[in-house]
Design a protein around this ligand. Structure first.
Ligand SMILES: NC(=O)c1ccc[n+]([C@@H]2O[C@H](COP(=O)([O-])OP(=O)(O)OC[C@H]3O[C@@H](n4cnc5c(N)ncnc54)[C@H](O)[C@@H]3O)[C@@H](O)[C@H]2O)c1
Length: 287
């Protein structure tokens, strides 16, 4: 029987590289996917023959679709694990002063840079879409069950005023895994997220690293505790796991405001299912 196969995005450094390395110790063959060809190649060669590098900008749907096809073929028509981990912080500050505001030729305000939404959220959603396709087609090669993990952030549970678009993208991941997790597990795909606190990586500007108190650092090993929890339980799904210092915390949805909201959340699902089942073209619903 063939060995399980994983893709980890943003695995050229930091959390992604550590997860890729950890998966190899768990018998996986791993595709290191990263935008940066030099760190990506170096990371893959440091991990030996069980890893390969595929260059990919996950913010391009076509590039990510190519990544999945190549990885599946490299894995012997098999894919078992996908960690949507690549991430960037905000590339333009929402609050920049009037001197930074620009108009286009038509006199319209130029859009805010939302690259962090494309990389951190849109690519994660498309990643699950692609992952599901290939997991369904992995049975003959010995697979057919899937583990999907996305890297959110503590900013996806709290917030970072310095990075509002980033914060929105990381909150988006939390909602996404909570919504999709309980459904996809029915076909053997678990969907979970990690929400790291401060882990010193290349993402962090060096001037911040220099100032950061050591007692508020979360080690990379804490991320592996969450990965192990996901690997070890085929029913664990829809979870958002906060990583802080040495500990992992399974974070729940906010409390119901009142009993009516609890009813809407817990007991109205049949009505929603019926309503959506009767809509022939979902895309036109509500328009
Ligand atoms: N380090 C932390 O404290 C921390 C905290 C919370 C969340 N996170 C999240 O963890 C994830 C990993 O970050 P990290 O801390 O390991 O940083 P990192 O900079 O070491 O790694 C991020 C990797 O993503 C790659 N990348 C960036 N844009 C990409 C794209 N469009 N396509 C493919 N690859 C791309 C980079 O080249 C880099 O190798 C990110 O999603 C980040 O938001 C990190």
């Amino acid at each position: 029987m063939s060995r399980p196969v994983a893709i980890v995005t943003g695995a050229g450094s930091g959390i992604g590289l550590a997860v890729a390395s950890h998966l190899i110790t768990k018998n996986y063959r791993v595709v290191i996917a990263d935008l940066n060809p030099s760190t990506g190649t170096e990371a893959a060669s440091s991990l030996g023959p069980d890893a390969t590098f595929i260059q990919c900008d996950v913010s391009s749907y076509t590039a990510q679709a190519r990544l999945f096809k190549q990885a599946y073929e490299w894995g012997g028509n098999r894919l078992d694990f996908f960690h949507a981990n690549a991430g960037v912080d905000d590339r333009q500050l929402l609050y920049d002063g009037p001197e930074k505001e620009e108009l286009d030729e038509e006199g319209l305000v130029k859009p805010l840079n939302t690259k962090s939404m494309q990389v951190n959220l849109e690519a994660v959603i498309q990643g699950l879409w692609l992952f599901k396709y290939y997991v369904r087609r992995s049975k003959e090669a010995g697979g057919g069950k899937g583990k999907f993990v996305a890297t959110s952030s503590a900013a996806g549970l709290y917030f970072m005023t310095q990075n509002p678009q980033y914060t929105a993208s990381k909150y988006g991941i939390v909602g996404f895994v909570r919504a999709a997790g309980p459904i996809l597990v029915k076909e053997g795909i678990t969907v979970n997220a990690i929400c790291p606190a401060f882990i010193p990586t290349n993402l962090c500007p060096p001037q911040i690293l220099a100032l950061w108190p050591k007692e508020h650092i979360t080690p990379l090993s804490t991320a592996m505790k969450a990965i192990d929890a996901f690997l070890g339980d085929d029913t664990m799904t829809g979870e958002t796991v906060e990583l802080s210092q040495e500990n992992i915390y399974f974070r729940k949805c906010v409390d119901w405001a009142n009993d009516s909201q609890r009813w809407v959340g817990e007991e109205s699902q049949g009505i929603w299912d019926l309503g959506y089942a009767n809509v022939p073209e979902k895309s036109g619903y509500g328009t």
